[in-house]
Each structure stands twice: as structure tokens, then as C-alpha cells.
Design a protein around this ligand. Structure first.
Ligand SMILES: [Zn+2]
Length: 497
């Protein structure tokens, strides 16, 4: 039996939308202003191959993108990736649990071409592959500049980042094969669209995928390609920082290594609810997902997402309306104290219950007629959503600590704190033995501890009030003698809780 579906249902375009976000066209300017290229075709869906080797600019070829943190920039890459789940259980050596065997292969169908711009090109439309590459580069360089500015807080030495490759509007056909015990295979075919990824490996790569026609029509993600959304590639660069810190030195972060090995395509910027639906409807996929959700890996993954959101937020200097596009509004805005559905991002009883609910389906029962309404609902088995709560609450304590440093640039200081937070978690050797709840507790306790280390004797009243209001369930846990080892930062005694 063969099934074919795309990540974004084609029925979306037919529905009437309640929310119509503004579309905006971003024109990226490059230095020389002698000549304007008229790239008339739009590149939505299938990106247009723009004639960069236009004979007219032969003599002036060579303004590439390979300066700064970007090593190479490519466009027109086509991949076929095949993920096969084999319905036979094997014993996983690490966890000593039976898991479904799976294989993952990627075949390059077209290696693409380097992005090279004529020196006299003046304005490149944003909806071309070159436009995407230039926009990505600008955002990545900005996120890198912040890292360079704050990378060695105090005595803490953080890794020098190696250079990254950038793939603009990569076409990727994904085939998911689920093989049952009678060796019958069901294939699901989809194209990667409307997303951005950080891919770790020998050549760390930042990738953007094309915008789908469906998404454009239904005004999902604001109706604009993601490379034109501020914060997307600063977020992806945040994953690169996370990966570099967690793997740096002779003591890699074991929990992250394991997590990263099982999730080769780190990291989907956004998990569409439709792909989660497919997971829960397919037993082999669901089994693997259920092993992952609420485990330590899940919270390491959530931390990775939360940190990446924070990095985007600090790079953009704390905009009040970050990711103000449909499907992301409020949920992924670090400044917003509640999710789209009104659930608070503070670690209260409600959020704690949703974080540890056992049924994945509970989140997925939401099917609104309006696709924007549907994709806006937070799914608490999604690492981006739990990560968003981590980001908001960590930022709250960082802000309270930063207030005692009145002369400094706040977003820069908080970016520094977020690096200190990761580094302190990395060096806590016993982290790898913690279960899901204790892992989450430890991650948040270390964020508060980082804030404490920046108070440096200043009045702690306001800081401790923020701790009580943003982490009520955790405060209870930290006070509980049985879970005393989770309060490694001594938050309870510091704030006399
Ligand atoms: Zn991400």
C-alpha cells in the first residue's frame, strides 16, 4: 500500500481564514549600486534557478558569500532522504530497552551550485535563491557577532565556532517507510517545505526549505518564506552554538550526544501538527515517539530549542513581538508570558501536568476549521513548546539579575548568562543519570543558579519574587528533601523559600 501526502494539506488553501497576517516583501541590498537585475519569476514552491552565470556579468563574477562565519553557500541542492522503520524490536545497548529498528539514508540527487553574485548586482529580490542566501547570511552573521561579543564571560572559556555551510531553498523529498513484521512496507512521501534546519556533522550546515504554495495561500507562517522572518536563522545558529558547547572539550555532554545521534536532522524549526498526527497514527512511529516524549532526551531537546529561541531573541535585542507570524504568535515569543491558548508559560500545576501527561493524543485532539487556528495551538509533546516555556522563564530570572547591572546592554548580558547556563549544565556530571522530571528540574534550577551568580550581592528581593512566580512547582520540588539533589544551585536557601 502506498500513501502520498504532503506536510501541509492541500485543502488548507480552500478554507476561509480568520487571521490574515500582513505579507511583506523584503529587498536585500548588496553594496554596489550600478545595475539592477530583474528577476521576474517568483520562487515559491519550486525555487527559480536564477541565471547567476549570466554572461553579462562574466567579467565581474566572484562576490560570493564565503566570508565571515559562512564557509560556503549553495543553492539548488536536491536530496532524497529515506527513513525506514523496521517492525522488529531490537535491544538498545544504552537504554536496555527494546526499540524498533530504523535506518536513515540521504542521497544527493543534485549537488547544487555555489551562490555567486555579480559584483554589480544591486538589488536581489528576496524570493529568489540568492535573496534567500543573502537574507540567511545577514541573520547568521548577526547571531555570530553576538557570540563573539560575549563568548568568554568571566573565566568561562567557550569554543571558537568553526565555519558553517549555508544551503538556500534546498529541495528535499522525504520518504518514510514503515515495514511491518510480514515485511509489507507502507511509504509516506512528502517534501520538506516551510522549514529551516541546522544539520550537525563534519560540515555543519544551515538549511532553508522552499515555501509551499499551500502555506503561501493559507497565509501560514505569515504567508512569507521563513528566510524573510527575523529570528529564524538566528535561532538555527543558536542550535549550532548549543551543539558546539555541548560537544566541546574532552568531556562531551553524554545526554546530548545520545539525543543528537538519534535525531540526525537537528533541528526542525517548527513541527507541523500534521506530521505529529501521522506519527501517532502509525504504530511504529508512535512507539518511538512515546519512548522519547517526557524522557531526559526530550528535555535536552527542549533545552536546545529554548536556548535557540533565546539566542534569536537576544540577537534581535529583545523585540516585544518576536516571531509575530501566524502559527508562532505568542507560543514562540520569548516575551509572551502565556501560550496562544492562554496556558501560562510559568511552571505552575497546569503546565507541569501538560508537560508530563501520558497521552500524546490529548494535544492532538484540537482540530480547528481554520488552519491558522489549528497550527497556533501549542502541542505539549513538542520540544519547541516545552522549550518556549524554558526560554520564557529562564529569561525572566536573567532579566531580574540583569537589572542589578544598570550600565550594561541587557540583551548582551543575558546572552552571556544563557551561555553560562549551558556550560554549567554540561559540567554537571551526574546529569546523565537523571530521569525526565529530575532532568527538567535540574535544567531550570541551573538557569536560576546562573541568575544568582550574576546578582553579586545586590538586593535579591525582586529576583526571588520572580523565582517564586515563574517556578512554583519547582520550588516545591526543590524544598522537598527527597529531591534535594535537584537544587544544585542552592536556590531554596538563597531565597529563603
Ligand atoms: Zn530549533
Amino acid at each position: 500500500m502506498k500513501n502520498s501526502l504532503t506536510l501541509t494539506s492541500s485543502t488548507l488553501a480552500l478554507l476561509v481564514l480568520a487571521c490574515q497576517p500582513k505579507t511583506r516583501t523584503k529587498v536585500v541590498e548588496v553594496p554596489q549600486k550600478d545595475k539592477v537585475y530583474n528577476f521576474t519569476k517568483e520562487s515559491y514552491g519550486e525555487p527559480v534557478l536564477v541565471p547567476v552565470y549570466d554572461p553579462a556579468c562574466n567579467s565581474q563574477r566572484g562576490l560570493g558569500l564565503s566570508n565571515g562565519i559562512i564557509e560556503d553557500a549553495y543553492m539548488g541542492i536536491e536530496n532524497l532522504s529515506v527513513k525506514t522503520f523496521i517492525g522488529e524490536e531490537v535491544l538498545d545497548a544504552d537504554t536496555e530497552k527494546y526499540i524498533n529498528r530504523q535506518t536513515y539514508e540521504t542521497e544527493v540527487i543534485d549537488p547544487g551550485r555555489p551562490v555567486v553574485l555579480c559584483r554589480d548586482a544591486s538589488i536581489i529580490p528576496a524570493n529568489t535563491q540568492e535573496g534567500a542566501a543573502i537574507a540567511m547570511k545577514a541573520d547568521v552573521d548577526q547571531a555570530f557577532a553576538l557570540y563573539e561579543a560575549v563568548k568568554d564571560p568571566g573565566t568561562l572559556v567557550l569554543p571558537r565556532l568553526e565555519r558553517v555551510t549555508l544551503n538556500a531553498a534546498q529541495l528535499e523529498k522525504q520518504v518514510t517507510r514503515v515495514v511491518n513484521k510480514s515485511e509489507e512496507a507502507t511509504e509516506y512521501t512528502s517534501h520538506m517545505t516551510d522549514n529551516a534546519i541546522f544539520m550537525r556533522g563534519e560540515r555543519p550546515t544551515l538549511i532553508s526549505f522552499p515555501q509551499s504554495e499551500e502555506s503561501k495561500q493559507a497565509k501560514l507562517l505569515g504567508g512569507v518564506p521563513l528566510w524573510n522572518v527575523d529570528g529564524v536563522f538566528q535561532h538555527e545558529f543558536g542550535h549550532f552554538i548549543f551543539d558546539s558547547i555541548m560537544n566541546d572539550g574532552n568531556m562531551p555532554f553524554v545526554s546530548y550526544q545520545k539525543y543528537a545521534a538519534q535525531n540526525p536532522d537537528l533541528h526542525l524549526f517548527h513541527t507541523p501538527s500534521s506530521s505529529l498526527k501521522r506519527i501517532v497514527e502509525t504504530p511504529a512511529l508512535k512507539a518511538g515517539f512515546q519512548d522519547f516524549v517526557r524522557s531526559q532526551d526530550f528535555f535536552v531537546g527542549s533545552l536546545n530549542e529554548g536556548f535557540a529561541d533565546l539566542w534569536a531573541y537576544y540577537t534581535l535585542k529583545q523585540p516585544a513581538d518576536m516571531f509575530n507570524i501566524s502559527c508562532f504568535a505568542q507560543n514562540r515569543n520569548v516575551a509572551a508570558g502565556a501560550f496562544y491558548n492562554g496556558v501560562s508559560k510559568s511552571w505552575d500545576e497546569t503546565l507541569w501536568k501538560k508537560t508530563f501527561q501520558t497521552e500524546i493524543e490529548t494535544d492532538l485532539a484540537i482540530t480547528a476549521e481554520d488552519p491558522v487556528e489549528e497550527c497556533s495551538q501549542p502541542i505539549f509533546s513538542d520540544i519547541h513548546i516545552i522549550g518556549a516555556a524554558m526560554a520564557h522563564t529562564a529569561d525572566a530570572v536573567f532579566s531580574a539579575a540583569a537589572q542589578t547591572h544598570s550600565t550594561m546592554d541587557t540583551s548582551r548580558l543575558k546572552a552571556e548568562m544563557s551561555l553560562v547556563w549551558l556550560k554549567s549544565l554540561k559540567v554537571s556530571e551526574e546529569f546523565q543519570d537523571l530521569g525526565g522530571k529530575a532532568s527538567l528540574s535540574r535544567i531550570l534550577n541551573t538557569a536560576v543558579g546562573t541568575g544568582i551568580s550574576y546578582l553579586k550581592g545586590a538586593d535579591k528581593t525582586r529576583f526571588c519574587a520572580v523565582v517564586s512566580s515563574k517556578f512554583p512547582v519547582l520550588v516545591k520540588r526543590w524544598k522537598d528533601a527527597r529531591t534535594d539533589n535537584e537544587d544544585v544551585s542552592g536556590v531554596v536557601s538563597f531565597c529563603s523559600l
